[in-house]
Design a protein around this ligand. Structure first.
Ligand code: 8X3
Length: 248
């Protein structure tokens, strides 16, 4: 029987690339995000293996209703997330911090709670938590985002303990600098110059396909193999603050 994978935040970036990759691996893929148009375009591109479901991961009731209508689930990729703002703790807007916690942490909580019975019933379920190197390190101006991503990381660690006797593995993938269409642009409220500065002079940042490749590899290991954590950075980013930039 074809296995089903649910990918949140599938309308762009790492989520979209992961959906394509899992479909190529033979999964029937359920694409979840808020933007219906983008999801439907991606589902059409992938073909019969994909279907689009527009919903907001922060809406617990909508997630429950979605899960109730799903016949089965073998893989859940909790990818929806993102950063809002780059302000110092002293002046950051609490609303930005709340948004980041709601999407990165509670969004993953809603999907995990709603789909866990089906993941267990599959006999070999997989939860992939897309955290970030921001879930393992901190940096100036990143307080709200790193706090939220540390939350995502902690959820993965806790779940792995709590599910130790269940047929569900928990894989955390923590990317560093990944150049996507929207991550930095969303973070800085559409300020293209500020977004471009994030990747300035970095010859080869990671791209979404690099992370989708990691998800595809980890998920297709035999069911008894739990890749706990993959920290993945571009070669040019030796550490959060140590980035090789080439200037003219
Ligand atoms: C993105 C990594 O360095 O922008 O999740 O926080 S970073």
């Amino acid at each position: 029987m074809t296995k089903t994978a649910v990918v949140t935040g599938a309308s762009s970036g790492i989520g979209a690339a992961t959906a394509r990759r899992l479909a190529a691996e033979g999964y029937s893929v359920v694409l979840v995000a808020r933007r219906k148009d983008r999801l439907e375009a991606l589902a059409a591109e992938i073909g019969d293996a994909a279907r689009a479901v527009a919903l907001d991961v922060t809406d617990a009731e909508a997630v429950k209703a979605f899960a109730a209508g799903l016949e089965s689930c073998d893989v859940l990729v909790n990818n929806a997330g993102g950063a809002v703002g780059g302000d110092y703790v002293a002046v950051a807007d609490p609303a930005d911090w709340r948004t980041m916690y709601e999407v990165n942490v509670l969004g993953s909580l809603h999907f995990t709670q709603a789909l866990l019975p089906k993941l267990i019933a599959s006999g070999a379920g997989t939860i992939v938590m897309l955290s970030s190197t921001a879930g393992h390190n901190v940096y100036e101006g990143g307080g709200g985002y790193t706090a939220a991503k540390h939350g995502t990381h902690v959820m993965a660690e806790t779940l792995r303990l709590e599910l130790f006797d269940q047929p569900v593995r928990v894989i955390e993938i923590a990317p560093g600098m990944v150049k996507t269409e929207e991550f930095a642009l969303n973070r800085f409220g559409g300020d293209a110059a500020r977004a471009a500065a994030v990747y300035a002079g970095v010859a080869e940042p990671l791209v979404a396909d690099d992370i989708a490749d990691c998800v595809g590899w980890a998920v297709t290991r035999p069911a008894h193999v739990n890749v706990d954590l993959l920290i993945v950075r571009p070669r040019a980013q030796a550490a959060q603050h140590k980035v090789h930039r080439v200037t003219d």
